[in-house]
Design a protein around this ligand. Structure first.
Ligand SMILES: Nc1ncnc2c1ncn2[C@@H]1O[C@H](COP(=O)(O)OP(=O)(O)OP(=O)(O)O)[C@@H](O)[C@H]1O
Ligand SMILES: [Mg+2]
Length: 336
């Protein structure tokens, strides 16, 4: 509206870089990632194994493993920089204002602690509830994520539940304190296909009820098609494409994204097949080529791609579709 300032994103990550200390010196794992999540928006983050999805999210929560550290950038969440926040304050944000669900349910739930206690913990820590209040709320939360016989389940141990039910418990823990943002890191990869779809449906329902923003990390673009509003594609620690989900499916402009999407129409006279047919593997941290990191695997790489890394820029005409590829404009036209 005229005169109104555009709304600040809920989360605004700028130029985030992460390094790992190795015997041969520091190696760059995440190289200048920028991304935003708006209020109420669901963002999909996709990319091959090892591209930096998990470490990016862990860095925001102050949970990076040993020897891995943030070396630059900012992450403004509700006006405050998560990366510059004292540890004690970040602990209040983590699990309170930002809920999270990690990759593997068996390592994330404590096997020797009853389900109820694990759901109660964030409520006791962040909300100062009494044990009785927290237990009541925990029962409600398990019901909310569709666990049958929710109240009786509170006294179960994790191994007494199926994988799908355990993952629902993880989501209940992530949502316990009514977070503004839920970060879900491949929350369904360990599950079979029907259960994966059920979890996605549950999260959609919860989003409609609770209105939180979501970052959903995945390998599986098809699974999240009906869930996410926008997708950020990572390759070797950089953002190569950022677009509304329908735009990304219909008009992917980075050769890597086109590789990830199996059913993309072929460009005339150029190989635009599945990634499996592109072949090769991403560069290891510390061995990134000088130019575009994808160039060695790219079916349409040319000389300039080996000289410089393309910046993430809006496709011509501006708008929300941004791509880091020298050939992006041509590809977008050809696919259209
Ligand atoms: N503890 C660690 N020590 C050293 N290097 C690590 C460590 N954890 C991750 N890395 C390196 O950092 C890179 C990014 O890892 P990250 O876990 O963020 O990838 P990812 O995109 O989440 O992959 P996946 O899809 O397999 O979960 C990888 O190349 C990996 O080799
Ligand atoms: Mg990961």
């Amino acid at each position: 509206m005229a005169g109104e300032k555009p709304q600040e994103p809920l989360l605004n990550v700028r130029d985030l870089s992460i390094e790992v200390a190795t015997r041969n010196g520091p190696a760059r794992i995440v190289d200048g990632i920028s991304l935003t999540v708006d209020k109420g928006e669901t963002l999909g983050v996709v990319g091959e194994s090892g591209c930096g999805k998990s470490l990016t999210m862990l860095s925001l929560l102050g949970l990076l493993p040993n020897k891995i550290s943030v070396i630059g950038g900012s992450a403004i969440f509700k006006g405050r920089d998560l990366l510059a926040m004292p540890h004690r304050e970040l602990r209040k944000v983590r699990g309170g204002e930002i809920g999270f669900v990690f990759q593997d349910p068996m390592t994330s739930l404590n096997p020797v602690v009853r389900i109820g206690q694990q759901v109660m913990e964030p409520l006791l820590y962040h909300r100062n509830m009494s044990r009785a209040e927290a237990r009541k709320r925990a029962g409600e939360l398990l019901k909310l994520v569709g666990i049958p016989g929710a109240e009786e389940r509170l006294d179960n141990y994790p191994h007494e539940l199926s994988g799908g039910m355990r993952q629902r418990v993880m989501i209940a823990i992530g949502l316990a304190c009514d977070p503004a943002l839920l970060i879900a890191d491949e929350p369904t990869t360990a599950l079979d296909v029907t259960i994966q779809a059920q979890i996605v449906d549950i999260v959609k329902e919860l989003r409609a009820k609770l209105g939180m923003s979501i970052v959903w990390i995945t390998h599986d673009l098809a699974l999240i098609a009906g869930l996410v509003d926008r997708v950020v594609v990572l390759y070797a620690g950089t953002v190569v494409e950022d677009a509304p989900v329908d735009v990304l499916y219909e008009n992917p402009a980075h050769p890597y994204t086109r590789g990830l999407l199996a059913s993309i129409p072929r460009l005339k006279d150029e190989g635009a097949e599945k990634l499996s047919s592109i072949g090769g593997t991403p560069p290891e941290p510390g061995r990134r080529p000088a130019g575009c990191a994808f160039a060695p695997r790219c079916p349409i790489a040319r000389a300039e791609c080996e000289r410089a890394a393309p910046a993430l820029e809006p496709l011509k005409g501006g708008g929300p579709h941004r791509v880091a590829c020298f050939a992006a404009g041509e590809i977008a036209e050809a696919v259209a």
